[in-house]
Structures are given as structure tokens and as C-alpha cells.
Design a protein around this ligand. Sequence first.
Ligand SMILES: C[S@@+](CC[C@H](N)C(=O)[O-])C[C@H]1O[C@@H](n2cnc3c(N)ncnc32)[C@H](O)[C@@H]1O
Length: 451
Amino acid sequence: MIRPELVIAPDIQIEPLKPTDVEGLLSILREDVRDRDTGEVIESDIQKIQGFMRGEKDEHGRVRKYLVARGDDDRVYGCMAYSSPPDPDIVSLFKSDPIHSAQLLDVFVPDPDVASKLLNRLCIQAAKEGKRQLWIASNLRYESYWVFFEKMCGRPKGFFWRSGEQGHTEIWLKSLDYETYGPGSDYHRFLSLSPDYWKYMSPDEYREKINTPARNPEYFRRFHQPIIERAKQQFGPQIRLLDIACGPGDELDFVKNDPEVQIIATDASHVILPTVRDKIGNAAVFASDVRASALQDNIADAGMLVNAMVYVPDKMLETMYRALKPGGECAVNFRIFGNEHNKAFYDFNVSHGGKILDKKLTVETPEGPRDFDVKVLDYTEFVNDNGTPDLSMRQLAQQIYFKSADDVKDLISAIGFEQVEHSQFEFASPANPNNQIDVFILKKPLSKIDS
Ligand SMILES: C[S@@+](CC[C@H](N)C(=O)[O-])C[C@H]1O[C@@H](n2cnc3c(N)ncnc32)[C@H](O)[C@@H]1O
């Protein structure tokens, strides 16, 4: 258990673990390896960890490399280990580049300063061995370390529910390769550009203000349910359903209790992820920006993109395309600018300081770049009814709307999808009682494996 109040501050050296340290670390392990409910020490787990310290392989066939913090008196003040590749559920869902990724394991260090030194040294060592990412998966038993992980690695990247564990596991990802992933790199620039909806918008305010069909049971019944059923027949019974740009995950309410559906929910915003985790429970919930997607290819049997195509629509579709298995289907909706039913939506936004701009969206296609003339709804000067700045709406930044269904169809085929179905769906929303959205069911062709 990490204890912020502890100040040991001895002269600490970080060194590889020696066989004699295994006994020396026992008292620290006995503090941490305890049942969450009863507080009892779990001797069998301690013996397993001691086995790993002696070089035994773990259940995934990995040998763990341990570093210890040693004082002048030769006493050990804690240990950490790392191993490669990361756990199979991390590797199977997220682009973890197994060869260049390591996972932090067995963190048993009561003093936070000693823990920082150990982790820094471990990162340097792993980076020298060519590792670029360090994954951390920590379950509730080790909750006392979460503040430390957050301090060292930033917000958790996501959450898993793993069978047999009480509660969820938090996942952090620390970049080790500064050229590729460090501040100032393209990767970071992309991530920081993403509009952060959730900074000023609570999920409740979102439900009051935003014009999405996510909570409409009829939308689920008409579009999501059929693709889920077909996926079960094709790939099931157990399937993986991917929701990209899930926001608070309202569309997942209709499927979260289906035992045959394993949900993977992603959004660019970290802020909203705990809301999704808490309502959905058994799911993998992960921060992922479609401009630098964290998802592995060919992992999902079915997909949903609800009110997502207003941001980087080509990347949204491409990310879904890559993540779906060949033969997998997804549903995706667009609010076409030229559709008369949607005029009230645009008028409402303009009457509140929104601006409609003419822009070009350039999409890379196998045949070369393709320009789309699109309308952009700019919310950056949005005001409330009384004229005061509306920060939560301003946070929506700029949204992209296609001018015709034909343009959308061109985008769909440029990405490589086959169109299975195209229909319209009407629903009432805060800014418009008569929205009409175009909904497409798309299939990743069986014959085309992505390049
Ligand atoms: C209109 S909300 C839709 C949320 C949910 N699907 C719904 O319909 O209620 C759009 C979501 O897209 C996310 N988003 C914006 N840019 C993104 C990006 N580049 N990659 C992934 N998600 C993004 C936002 O954080 C936000 O949660």
C-alpha cells in the first residue's frame, strides 16, 4: 500500500533484484496482497509472486524483470517489475505493438518518492531495451497506487472489467519513446487538437442540449439490433460490439445487459470514460482518438457510430473500417445539410451565435485525394437564450455536415465500405422537433482485407 505520509528518504539505489531480496520484500508484500473485503493476507498469491521473483514464468509465459530500491543498509524499500508483451486482453484490443511494449507488474513500494524513482529507472531501462510503451493494468486491490500512477502517467487511458475480479481494472499507458510519442510529436499534437466536449458539459446537460438519436429505442431497434443479431449469427454466439465516439454511451443502454455482447467503447475524451464505465459495467472502455486510433485491426464483429460523423468523418469511418472484421457491419448516421427537415436545427444554432461556413474536406482515397464541399457549423461564439456565452456549446468547436446523401455515399465507398442499407429516421431533439437523419448500414467486404 502506498502511504503518502511516509517519508523515508534514505539514500536509495535502484538495482536488479537479488535472490536474497525475495525474503526481504515479504513484509511489504504482506501489507499489499490482501483480500479487499476481509483484509486477510492472501498467502497463495504471495507465493506466486515470489515464484515470479525467482524467475518462474507467469500464466502468460512471461518472465518478469524486477528492480528494487535498496538503501545504504542493504534493506529493500520496494520493488517493481516489467515484462513483455502486455496482457493478452490489452494486446488483442489495442494497438500495443507487443514487441515494443512492456507492462508494469508487481508494484510494491510504500513510499511514493521511492516509487517515483523506481518507475523512472524502470522506464529508462525498458526504453533502452527498445520498448516504446509501458502499460499499467491495476485492479481495485491496488487502488492505493492509482494516485501515484495518475501522477506519473496522467489520467487512465481506460478501464476493463475482467472476469473473476471484483470491480474494474484501470489502464494507464506511458510513452517511453520521446521521438515518436513525446510532447511536440505528431501523435500528441493530434490528441490535443480534439474538441473536448466533456470539459464543460455534464452528461445531464448533454442530454438536455444535444440532438442525438442515441437514447431513442426505435433507433436501436431499427438499426443496431439487426446488425447485432446478424453478427451473432456470423461470428457468435459471443460477439464484440464497438462503439466509436461513444460519449456517455447512451446508445449502449439497450445492449449492455446482453450476455452475448462484449462492448468496446471508445471516445477521444478521457473525461467522459468513467461515466461509461460506471453505467455499462462489463466492458472495455478506452480513450482513443480516431486520428491516431488505439484500436487493433479486425477486432470487432459489429459497430456503431452515433452522431459521430460531425468530427473528422473520414477518420471515424476509417477507424471503424479497420477495426471491423471482414463481413462485420456497422450503423452510422448523418444529418444532411440540404435536407429541409433539418433546417430548424441549423436555424436554432445560428440564432444562438453559431456560424455556418463553407469548407472543403479533403479525404485521402486509394485513387488520390478527394475534395468534398461541406458545411461547417462553428459553435465557438455560441450564446445562451439571454445572450451570455454558452461554454459547453462553444466546446463543441466546429462540426462538419455533408450537403447531400450522394456525397456521403462517395465517402463511404472511398473508405472501402459496402452499403447494405440506406434509410431515413425521424426524431425530435432539443433544437428541432423534426430531424431527419440519413442512416447507413455498412459492411466491411469479405474479400478486402485492409492494406
Ligand atoms: C455528439 S457526441 C456523440 C456521443 C454519443 N455517441 C451520442 O450520440 O450520444 C460526439 C463524441 O465524439 C467524440 N469525439 C470528437 N472527436 C473525436 C475524435 N477525433 N476521436 C474520437 N472521438 C471523438 C466527442 O468526445 C464526443 O463524445
